[in-house]
Every structure is written in structure tokens, then in C-alpha cells.
Design a binder for this molecule. Sequence first.
Ligand SMILES: C[S@@+](CC[C@H](N)C(=O)[O-])C[C@H]1O[C@@H](n2cnc3c(N)ncnc32)[C@H](O)[C@@H]1O
Length: 218
Amino acid sequence: MYLGFGYYYTYLTLCIIVMSLLKPEKQNDAITLSDRYLRDIRQQMLTLFETDKTVIDFGCGGGEFLKLLEPHVRYAIGIDRSFPKNSYAYDKDLRCGKNITFIKKVITRDISIDFNFEIATSTLFLHTVPRPTTLQLMALMREKARKAILCELTHPANLYSNMLLSIDQFFTGHKANFEEFKAKGCMEGLLYECGIKEYRIIPTKDKSLNFYCIDFEY
Ligand SMILES: C[S@@+](CC[C@H](N)C(=O)[O-])C[C@H]1O[C@@H](n2cnc3c(N)ncnc32)[C@H](O)[C@@H]1O
């Protein structure tokens, strides 16, 4: 049933509310549930990546997208401030990674990276960090990568969608950063502020999420 607003918020908000009423250790289940919801979107995102490229994923979370990408990538790095227990990224820490490395780092404190990449990516990350960091990240991607493939929130379509989003952002702890991201025109506003005028927007099955493909060499 299509309810006229992004499924993602409804799904994630309900998961988070239910899980927050349960024991704290159940919070990881909310992550698993949202991962399950994002599965189709990640599969669609995978089709945007050419094979045998080097990739960096900012705010990679449990590494679910890099896990999908692993057979197709030459080399990839995932960066996040924490890796949930039992996630792919967390387990990967314990064994010898082949072509994927996960680095635990707080990007707002240290944004530097030493290598160049063919593709920079992030999923639902840019709206979670303060605006200055988002701008720095875009500049870093432009400097270090040839392309960026980003999955981000779009402007909520109506009041109800807006309310669900606010609840979701409140529970996930980045409401203030998201409000600024939204007030400044979501991805379109960010790309405009960065002087990036040429990019492709690819819709997903969820009206609240789009892919933004930027060719920095254009
Ligand atoms: C909404 S989640 C998205 C995770 C992942 N990209 C995915 O698709 O499942 C945002 C991620 O950003 C990470 N994050 C937020 N602020 C961060 C920071 N300052 N430095 C590094 N990671 C951060 C969180 O730990 C979380 O994993």
C-alpha cells in the first residue's frame, strides 16, 4: 500500500519507537531492521557502480553496502565512528580483510584521507553531520575522487512525512543537523552551495530517498 510519503521514515520510526520501549540491547535490532528495509535500495545503488573501481564509503555504518560491493570492487575503505556489534564491518575487524578495510574514525574531528579514490559514496550520512563538516566532505570528495554516488534524504513531501522525519531524527540523535540540511535545501541546496551544477538524480522506490551521481571530471 502506498501511503503518499517515504516508507523509510514510517518503517524506521516505528522500529525505533518499538525498540526504544524494549531493553537497550535490543537497539541493535532497529539497525538490523532498517538494514533489511534498505536492502532493495542498496541493490539499486549497486547497479550505479562500475566494476573494478576503488571506493570510499563515508559513514558506512555496519558496512552492509560495502559487503554487497565487495565482489565487484578493486579496493574499498569504509569509515565510521563506530561499527555495530555483529555487523559486517565489526566482524571484518577481526579477520583479515581482502579488498575492504574499515577504519574507525570520527569524521567531524579528523576528515583527512591519504589516498585518491575513483568513487566516493555515502548513504544517509551527509544530513547527520554539522553543515561545516558536510561542506568539507563534499570538498574532500571533489579533491580525492572522480565521482560521487550519494544516497540522501529528499525534502519531505508533506506535513505528515515531515513529522515522521522529525521523530526519526530525534530518536537517532541528529535532528539539529538534519533540520539545517533540510532548511538549506537538502542535497540540491548542498550541491548548489558547493558550486556543483551538473549531476544526475535517480529516484528510489522510496520517495524520501534519492541517489545523486556527480562526475567531478565533467
Ligand atoms: C544513518 S547511518 C547510515 C549508515 C550507513 N551508511 C547505512 O547506509 O546503513 C549514519 C552513520 O553515520 C555515522 N556517523 C555519524 N556521525 C559521524 C562522525 N562524526 N564520524 C563518523 N561517522 C559518523 C554513524 O555512526 C552511522 O553509522
